[in-house]
Design a protein around this ligand. Structure first.
Ligand SMILES: C[S@@+](CC[C@H](N)C(=O)[O-])C[C@H]1O[C@@H](n2cnc3c(N)ncnc32)[C@H](O)[C@@H]1O
Length: 781
């Protein structure tokens, strides 16, 4: 029987959205039943109902995973897939100052961290501390007093962040140009700069002024909005990107809206609050001639559909409209592929999804967000551009919202941009706070916080007091923060000095990292950095929420952006603001695993691809035997925050990680907070020193070739030598220097012996391999 053409058409439409037939079939059946076989309803709006239903089905499955989704180990398949993202355990600078660790000689051609002079050269924009004196962490230790059972903070299982299929968000800057103009305190990209930066003209762009704190800008609560027909391309930026004007001190976005018939319809909205609610969607569509200018648009969906309130708007949300405007493309554009809003997700109501092949974020403009915004902020309206053939629905959930990959989880929005390729950031669940995977013992309870561990008698703002509070005493007798919320210069310098001084490594007798492997050959501890801790005030303290000794717990407040680096490091994180020295940037957030669980994951999921580095909570492992469930680490490949995008830089990174205790006095679990180690200019990539010794090859991990560009790069010699030495091949974990076949006669046989000189784990090793032995004996009968 010939296949039903309507069914085939439905499959094709879904396939264009990257949805496999097997997913479509059951849903289509249900839908046909539901709609009493009324195909029109299904076919409407490019099979919107069908796509909705499929996503909804997936959402439901994800929300209520049943046994069918579990593999034989009881592990959720989706989780398993996420964990297929390989991982590498974080390795602090190994061998640094590892005197007495005989199995790890420092003899190597590779510059190990130990090779760094104790007296550091002066770095760009900042001085490496000269002092090499051994620095204690200065903290009064409080023994962890753990009693089972774990309290409610402990997540006994996987707690996926609820996935959202379709993005929302606001218009975002595709890539802030350093040549941005500042208009009335807001950053607005110069047209010339913007035009020179973009690879192809976007069909429409909203120029969104940078948000300022609401308090500072009452007059800008409502941004006038207007829509005009764009001019010819030759007329410059206005015609290509929509125009940006200033009227009576207000920013005005000029753009064009086309109706369903392709007829340009000019709408002018002066966009006061009342009018805003009447003009639901303002989009700019290119005229046909303009769209022809777009390169590589042939197989890309180009219909932009949005529901809800204005894409460009003020800070007040004036109600979600039920109207939606669908803008059909010009003839130069393909058939639409619209992922419509999902009924189950509020995020989806205001989503716009379209496709574009190159320069994904050329469409988008964002200021990265600033102040606390409600879940239905007009700034969350956005265009999200999804390449048609690349993403699975899982991917879309994870990184679909180019304006805010935090999916509203942070106080600020964090956009992502890629002006170079068609790639999206790797999929992951954004979580703003650490979550326990399974076994990790993270017991946060008020009963465990003794009076000496909090400042219950304080009031107001502790840092304004002349006397350090109990919490400051835990930070080594002083507040780590200034009244402005920055790290004190002396404290920061001490932390930097500690991290760069090999003397500040300690070596466990029985390293949890090694014992967790549970294998016969227990390797010696490779060293852990002694760290200075910060103890912040918290809920049991008497001071207020805005006490100056509470910084990290307030989360990210600066504007950050994930971007595709141009130097081959993959995605990276940059700041959109100028940051002073000592400013808190973000915490490294992920799943809390025991190191045993980490090892199990390492073994289970093969290494390849790009992923995040696990962070060890090893700062206090020297205190003695660490129980299995207390030897913890953070793993952010599957669940994490923006910090998972921070790339490594050898030695002179602009961020430094400092352990911060917030909830409790345990040093087995703390917050891994990143602070600026120097002033950082807007647009600069944020980096930190992972502490990798690029000479180590003994972990089930694959080291990347460092492209940090630092003059202190620890990977330079190795990468050079690999290419320069003759007869050398790099075979996984060892370097074969030369191979010599030796043929010899032994008694009546001829034998072949391979002599192979290899360089392995910093040693030269001669390997002999007998390949064959051929008997020369001739037997006569
Ligand atoms: C924590 S992730 C950082 C985000 C990552 N670039 C991405 O695209 O998702 C660590 C990975 O980034 C890459 N990376 C980080 N720093 C690098 C560097 N200095 N040189 C080359 N690759 C780097 C490596 O692939 C590493 O495994």
């Amino acid at each position: 029987m010939a296949p039903n053409p309507r069914v085939v058409a439905a499959f094709t439409a879904m396939s264009n959205l990257g949805i496999h037939e097997s997913k479509v079939k059951p849903v289509l059946k249900k839908l046909l039943k539901l709609y009493d076989k009324n195909w029109e309803l299904i076919e409407e709006e490019s099979y919107r109902a069908l796509a909705d239903a499929i996503f909804e089905e997936e959402e439901t499955m994800a929300a209520e995973p049943d046994q069918n989704h579990k593999n034989k180990d009881g592990v959720d398949d989706e989780e398993a897939r996420m964990h297929e993202t390989p991982l590498r355990p974080l390795k602090r600078l190994r061998l640094r100052g590892q005197e007495g660790q005989s199995s790890r000689p420092l003899t190597t051609t590779v510059p190990s961290s130990a090779a760094f002079p104790l007296k550091m050269p002066k770095l760009e924009d900042g001085t490496v501390p000269q002092s090499t004196k051994a620095l204690s962490d200065g903290n009064a230790r409080v023994d962890a007093r753990y009693d089972p059972p774990r309290d409610a903070v402990v997540d006994k299982g996987k707690q996926p962040v609820s996935p959202h299929v379709i993005p929302r968000g606001r218009t975002s800057a595709s890539d802030r140009s350093p040549l941005s103009e500042t208009v009335k305190g807001r950053t607005v990209e110069s047209g010339a700069t913007r035009l020179s930066n973009i690879k192809m003209p976007p069909p429409f762009t909203f120029i969104k002024p940078k948000d300022e704190p609401v308090d500072d800008m009452p007059a800008y609560d409502i941004i006038p909005l207007a829509v005009i027909r764009p001019e010819e391309p030759s007329s410059g930026r206005d015609s290509l990107m929509g125009a940006y004007e200033k009227q009576d001190g207000h920013d005005t976005v000029l753009s064009q809206c086309r109706d369903e018939d392709g007829e340009g319809e000019d709408i002018l909205s002066s966009c006061n609050e009342e009018e805003t609610s009447n003009v639901d969607v303002i989009l700019t569509s290119m005229r046909e001639e303009q769209s022809l200018k777009i390169e590589q648009t042939d197989n890309v969906a180009k219909e932009f559909v949005t529901n809800g309130s204005p894409i460009v708007g003020g800070n007040k949300y004036s109600g979600i409209s039920n109207g939606s405007v669908s803008l059909k493309s010009s003839s130069a554009m393909d058939a639409p592929h619209v992922l419509s809003p999902q009924p189950c997700s509020s995020d989806l109501d205001d989503a716009v999804v379209a496709s574009k092949k190159v320069g994904v974020n050329d469409f988008l403009q964002s200021n990265g967000g600033k102040e606390l915004e409600g879940p239905i902020s007009p700034n969350s309206r956005t265009l999200v551009v999804v390449p048609k053939h690349q993403l699975t629905t899982g991917d879309i959930r994870s990184v679909h919202d180019a304006n805010d990959l935090t999916k509203g989880e942070e106080r600020v929005k964090i956009s992502w941009v890629n002006n170079a390729t068609n790639d999206f950031p790797p999929p992951f669940h954004y979580i703003p706070q650490n979550l326990v995977f399974r076994d990790a013992y993270v017991n946060i309870s008020l009963s465990r916080i003794g009076n000496e561990d909090c400042c219950s008698t304080c009031m107001g703002n502790c840092v304004l007091s002349s006397k350090p509070c109990s919490c400051a005493n835990k930070t080594g007798g002083e507040f780590a923060y200034t009244a402005q919320g920055l790290l004190k210069e002396g404290f920061l310098e001490e932390c930097i000095a500690i991290s760069r001084d090999p003397q500040n490594y300690f070596y466990c007798k029985a390293c949890p990292l090694e014992t967790s492997k549970n294998d016969d050959c227990l390797e010696p501890c490779k060293g852990h950095l002694k760290r200075k801790f910060i103890k912040e005030c918290w809920s049991k303290c008497g001071c207020g929420k805005y006490c100056g000794n509470r910084v990290v717990q307030h989360g990210i407040t600066c504007n950050l952006q994930v971007f595709l680096t141009s130097d081959g490091k993959g995605w990276g994180l940059r700041t959109l603001d100028d940051l002073p020295k000592g400013a808190f940037v973000c915490e490294f957030v992920g799943e809390i695993l025991t190191v045993k669980e980490l090892h199990e994951r390492n073994m289970k999921y093969p290494k390849n691809g790009k992923y995040t580095y696990p962070i060890l909570f090893d700062a206090d492992w020297r205190s003695g035997i660490v129980k299995d469930r207390e030897a913890l680490c953070l793993y952010a490949a599957s669940y994490g925050n923006a910090a998972r995008f921070i790339n490594h830089r050898c030695l002179d990174a602009n961020l430094i990680e400092i352990p911060v205790e917030v909830e409790g006095p345990s040093h087995h679990y703390y917050h891994f907070a990143f602070f600026t180690s120097r002033k950082i200019a807007a647009q600069e990539e944020l980096t930190w020193d992972y502490g990798i010794n690029f000479d180590e090859h003994d972990e089930p991990v694959e080291l990347f070739q460092c492209r940090c560009g630092s003059k202190f790069c620890r990977n330079i010699k190795r990468s050079n030598s690999e290419f320069n030495l003759p007869f050398m091949c790099n075979v996984h974990k060892f370097v074969s220097l030369s191979t010599l076949p030796v043929i010899y006669l032994l008694d009546d046989s001829i034998s072949m012996l391979w002599l192979c000189l290899i360089y392995f784990r910093s040693k030269f090793v001669l390997i002999c391999v007998f390949q064959f032995s051929l008997s020369l004996k001739v037997k006569y009968y």
